[in-house]
Design a protein around this ligand. Sequence first.
Ligand SMILES: Nc1ncnc2c1ncn2[C@@H]1O[C@H](COP(=O)(O)OP(=O)(O)O)[C@@H](O)[C@H]1O
Ligand code: SF4
Ligand SMILES: [Mg+2]
Length: 336
Amino acid sequence: MSEPAVSEAPLLEVRDLKMYFDVSKPLVTRLVNRMPRYVLKAVDGLSFAIRRGETFSLVGESGCGKSTVARTVAGLNSATGGEILIEGKNLAGLKRKSSLSDIARRMQMVFQSPYASLDPRWRVRDVIAEPIRAYGLAASKAEERAQVAELLIQVGLSPRDGEKFPHEFSGGQRQRISIARALSSKPEFLICDEPTSALDVSVQAQILNLMTKLQDELGLTYLFISHDLAVIDHVSDWIGVMYLGRICEITPKSELFRNPRHPYTRMLLETIPDLKGGRERKPPEGEVPNPISPPPGCAFHPRCAFASERCRRERPELATFGPARVACHAVEEGRI
Ligand SMILES: Nc1ncnc2c1ncn2[C@@H]1O[C@H](COP(=O)(O)OP(=O)(O)O)[C@@H](O)[C@H]1O
Ligand code: SF4
Ligand SMILES: [Mg+2]
């Protein structure tokens, strides 16, 4: 993997992104029972950048805020704070409908469940053609048909499959259809939220290989989300490890597996089996705290073997260590 080219603006940059949800009980219930308001900080100050043609992955246990990042970057949530920039332009500053529509075309999402994201009443060719129609990308019906046929071939299906309905396909094939649909608006950037988590392991590898092939062929940029380090290992250039709405380590992929720095990253790595030594898969220790009332200081401190008094008081910020950025007092103090 190459080092960042200094002059090139990243395709996507996220600065101090915050997404809070009000999860309070309804007003009357709160008044009667004298209950406070509760705010859940699903994403609480996230910053990262992705260069064109690269894959940046977010990894972390369930509930740490990965999907919320994906949905907020895709514009499905309205962020509580922070900035999202495409090629240096702040999305919040784009007012013209044509600019917003252009961004929507260039940025597509692939979801975990190909069952939920495909309308069962539509033929596959219409599922795939819908974005082509919405963005006016084909001059005629014949051109649309040709584009759909080409997309089906690109994802390893046959043009004849366009005549069928989604339920006639296996899970892996349905995810191929979802990918063809995501590609039909000719995007540059795909947000992939656990795209293989619902699939059998053997099928997962096929879909990941397809996504890597498409990235090479089409020069795509990916924000890739998974709770599974084996999947992350397959696709990533850079990795952000998330814990309770924040990034605790950002690192090039090779560095994450060779030289993990943050205690949480180390814990996650211990959960994957050692292929050579046959080490057993170890479940992560301890439980993720309730995100409505996260622990003070470093949110990881109740589970951390290196926690000190400072960790219980002061929240660590990301700082540079070699090629990585890590938010940990023990790393900063040279204790680990
Ligand atoms: N629309 C919402 N309203 C309230 N809470 C939400 C909403 N979406 C997500 N959350 C909460 O935000 C946290 C992060 O969720 P999510 O982003 O789905 O995590 P992940 O994808 O890493 O499993 C969870 O505690 C979840 O319950
Ligand atoms: S800051 Fe402290 S508690 Fe948090 S990961 Fe580092 S050593 Fe552990
Ligand atoms: Mg999720």
